[in-house]
Design a protein around this ligand. Structure first.
Ligand code: BES
Ligand code: MN
Ligand code: ZN
Length: 503
């Protein structure tokens, strides 16, 4: 979908479809009143008959009389006026474009950025509208033979309206940067949706290399031999049940001064998690191809950072392994020596994510990072605690956690903090090693983070558990079933907030 912007009167542009936002029970705005007049009260009738009430995501399509420049008008509800924020706008845009999918429209006009939202500029409203619109058109069609029909699902072009001509420039900028952000989110979704038979650790490394070429940053892949030589014992322990060679993917974006300490992003890259010898139940095991969603988010974030030329130094680290049961797999009770030297008693081979993250966190310390954020589909307990509407965040630096939460609120990828009190450390003390890799059922998300904490000692660190948010089992307002690409927009919002503090 080609995007452009205009400050013209919405009723004076020729278009296949004019998209207008409507507040819940708020139909007396100048735009809607004018629409109703031209259409001989069609809107009022629809409202009175209960066909349309302006509830979030509700859609009403009106076919226009000839005096209107638009062939039809799509009204989308944005919910109550006093609750309208950027996320409501994003969702409404997603629903609106979702309703047009498959209609093969040429040029549509979208007036959603004209809606007033306190403390937002035109750029932010255009960004949210574009995010909702583009992301709602994402589908994973690579393996479908009728994909040709499905590919042209969004309208060919969309014109986003702003109020004043002096807002056009920032709106255009927002369009171009948001298009790149959505490209990165789509890549992350693609990586997550790819099936396990294709998605080996080295395949993931190839994808990371391709992203690095596109975003013009560096990619280095460390293979099994080097990992063994350097002592990545925890990572290799997880990998030893699979015939596929593990690797550690290192991405480096150099956007700031050479002497500036980088921000490190670490993403769990378990390409398939069968649980190992502590085998998972068969039901829904297929979904465990998404266990590299943290890694996908890191690759996507680096891609966007590269495309946007973010003025900041960044490194991304993705430990990539497969967790399978086999004659060579680790057993419950095995003791691994991690890269840090700390020994780990593996009581459950299905708690593999924390093992590979432990070595990855130790590894990033070599880069003397300013801070590190890790993302991982780490615990089923997180799905129980927060469901699919928020990721959990924990960390050893409250101001970092706070900034991440703020970034999440702005971009619609919400975070909810869980405590990381030292009392929880008791649960991961081992009788025979320095640590054990499970803390029992109570507070599973917290004890997983408590396990990671010693490996991040000495650096500012936040851990984000995306187990509940990385995968949709039903479509959302701007995402289809499958991988959501969660983390990309969150990390970018955070990075942009520190790269340009006053935006
Ligand atoms: N990848 C899973 C966590 C997960 C579960 C992600 C559901 C997404 C949806 C992780 O490796 C895992 O198996 N965790 C165990 C830990 C337990 C054995 C301590 C879990 O949560 O059951
Ligand atoms: Mn597991
Ligand atoms: Zn896992």
């Amino acid at each position: 979908m080609e995007l452009k912007t205009s400050a013209k009167d919405p009723f004076k542009i020729k278009t296949a479809c004019l998209i207008l936002g409507a507040w819940e029970k708020g139909f007396s705005t100048p735009l809607l009143s004018k629409l109703d007049q031209t259409m001989q009260g069609a809107l009022q009738k629809a409202v009175r008959s209960g066909e349309f009430g302006g509830k979030q995501g509700e859609v009403l399509i009106l076919h226009s009389p000839s005096e209107l420049q638009a062939q039809k008008v799509l009204l989308v509800g944005v919910g109550p006026r006093n609750q309208l924020d950027l996320e409501q706008l994003r969702r409404a845009a997603g629903r609106a474009l979702g309703a047009l999918i498959g209609q093969r429209l040429s040029q549509v006009v979208c007036a959603l950025p004209l809606l007033e939202i306190p403390q937002t500029g035109a750029a932010a409203r255009v960004q949210a509208t574009v995010e909702g619109s583009l992301l709602s058109g994402y589908r994973f069609t690579r393996y479908q033979s009728h994909k040709a029909q499905q590919q042209t699902i969004l309208p060919k072009g969309m014109t986003l309206l702003v109020e004043r001509p002096n807002e056009l420039e920032q709106a255009e900028q927002a369009i171009s940067s948001t298009t790149q952000i959505c490209r990165a989110v789509s890549l992350a979704r693609d990586l997550v949706n790819e099936p396990g038979n294709v998605k080996s650790p080295s395949w993931l490394a190839d994808q990371a290399r391709a992203a690095a070429a596109e975003g013009e940053f560096n990619c280095t892949v460390i293979g099994r031999q080097d990992l063994a030589r350097d002592g990545f014992g925890a990572l290799l322990g997880v990998a030893q049940g699979s015939e596929r060679e593990p690797c550690l993917i290192l991405l480096e974006h150099q956007g700031g001064p050479a002497d500036q300490a980088p921000i490190a992003l670490v993403g769990k890259g378990v390409v398939f998690d069968a649980g190992g010898i502590s085998l998972k139940p068969a039901e829904k095991m297929d979904e465990m191809k998404m266990d590299m969603a943290g890694g996908a988010a890191v690759i996507g974030t680096l891609l966007a950072a590269g495309l946007l030329k973010l003025p900041i130094n960044l490194i991304g680290v993705i430990p990539a392994v497969e967790n399978l049961p086999s004659g060579s797999a680790i057993r419950p009770g095995d003791i691994l020596t991690s890269l840090s030297g700390k020994t780990i008693e593996v009581l459950n081979t299905d708690a593999e994510g924390r093992l590979i993250l432990a070595d990855a966190l130790t590894y990033v310390k070599r880069f003397a990072p300013r801070l590190v954020v890790d993302l991982a589909t780490l615990t089923g307990a997180c799905v129980i605690a927060l469901g699919q509407h928020a990721s959990a965040v924990l960390g050893n630096d409250q101001s970092l956690v706070r900034q991440l939460i703020k970034a999440g609120e702005g971009c619609g990828e919400r975070l909810w903090q869980l405590p990381l009190w030292s009392e929880y450390d008791q649960q991961i003390k081992s009788d025979v090693a320095d640590l054990k890799n499970t803390g029992g059922r109570p507070a599973g998300t917290i004890t997983a983070a408590a396990f990671l904490k010693p490996f991040a000692e000495g650096i500012k660190w936040a851990h984000i558990d995306i187990a509940g948010t990385a995968w949709n089992d039903k479509p959302g307002p701007y995402s289809c079933k499958g991988g959501t690409g969660v983390g990309v927009r969150l990390l970018l919002a955070y990075l942009q907030s520190i790269a340009q503090p006053r935006r």
